[in-house]
Design a protein around this ligand. Structure first.
Ligand code: ADP
Ligand code: MG
Length: 292
């Protein structure tokens, strides 16, 4: 490879908010057959909003939101922001929590006035022996409607759930169409539930969907594809995406996401815009054509 045209390519990328780590990333990008994308924060805006609160029999709606927001105040997850914004809007007074812990891709736990609070998805509840049966029907309805459902439990009892929606990025459809036109296959891998995953996939025309994944699942699924000789790029924004980014031929980080993702990636899209990904692909093709 001619270092000069690669340098020029990197410079051009930088001007468009595309940071390319090294020649390797630029060389690999044009050979990609499959683009794996994370959903939350990559295909969607990553600024979700609370759309519905469902309480279990006899539970108080405001108290549920107050507990959830008090706990989520310690979390950096975009879902936490949605919960906090809703609590703020309702003027709720939050409590200080202790022993806060995040389970990546599942939820959070903390101690609040000596009681154990758990907030997260159905799997997280199941693993902690919380019975969400009475809420299942309402939760399924919300999920089918494209919302992410997070349950709240207090001392082993489910109080209810919050339904949260995250709009698709304005440029996502155009980017997916452009990449399809170049013959790329687009695969979604998300930690979120089947309902919201399929709703976004339908809206964008994504070819394949894998939902309810833990970070190690994303890593394994990407590694299985590369092991079979498939040329894979992976785009993601979170700490939970970092292992999968490292396993792909080209790791692409959304620049408004986690620092860990950016440190792992060969390409960083500074403005988190998916059209920049299309631009980066064009750049790679042009530079490599120049060299040949
Ligand atoms: P994605 O792969 O779509 O970026 P994540 O792996 O970040 O999603 O999260 C997967 C799921 O884990 C979320 O949809 C949610 O159910 C649960 N979760 C993660 N963090 C939190 C949190 N702070 N509060 C509640 N639920 C959470
Ligand atoms: Mg994400």
């Amino acid at each position: 490879a001619t270092p000069m045209s690669i340098m020029v390519g990197m410079g051009e990328g930088a001007k468009a908010g595309i940071l390319i780590r090294d020649a390797e990333a630029l060389e690999q990008f044009e050979k990609i057959e499959t683009l794996v994308v994370d959903k939350t924060g990559t295909l969607t805006e990553g600024h979700p909003k609370l759309v519905h609160i469902e309480t279990a029999e006899g539970e108080d709606r405001a108290e549920l939101l107050r507990l959830a927001a008090s706990t989520e105040r310690a979390s950096e997850h975009p879902l936490a922001d949605a919960v906090l914004a809703a609590a703020e809007e309702e003027g709720l007074e939050l409590e200080e929590v202790s022993a806060f812990e995040a389970e990546t891709g599942q939820g959070v736990r903390a101690s609040l006035s000596g009681k154990n609070v758990l907030i997260g998805n159905a799997r997280f509840m199941k693993e902690n022996s919380i019975d969400t049966g009475a809420l299942a029907e309402a939760a399924a309805r919300q999920a089918e409607d494209g919302a992410t459902v997070i349950f709240t439990a207090l001392d082993g009892r489910a109080l209810g759930f919050l339904a949260i929606k995250d709009p698709v990025k304005e440029t996502a459809r155009e980017a997916v169409d452009a990449l399809h036109a170049r013959g790329l296959k687009i695969v979604m891998m998300t930690g979120d539930g089947e309902g919201p995953a399929k709703a976004v996939a339908r809206a964008l025309g994504i070819d394949e969907v894998h939902a309810e994944l833990l970070p190690e699942d994303k890593h394994r699924l990407v590694s299985e594809r590369t092991a079979k000789g498939e040329r894979v790029a992976m785009a993601g924004d979170g700490i939970n995406d970092a292992p999968a980014l490292a396993a792909a031929h080209v790791g692409i980080a959304m620049g408004d996401g986690s620092d860990v993702a950016m440190e792992t990636a060969g390409v960083t899209l500074l403005h988190g815009d998916l059209l920049a990904l299309v631009k980066a692909h064009t750049l790679s093709r042009n530079v490599m054509a120049n060299i040949r």
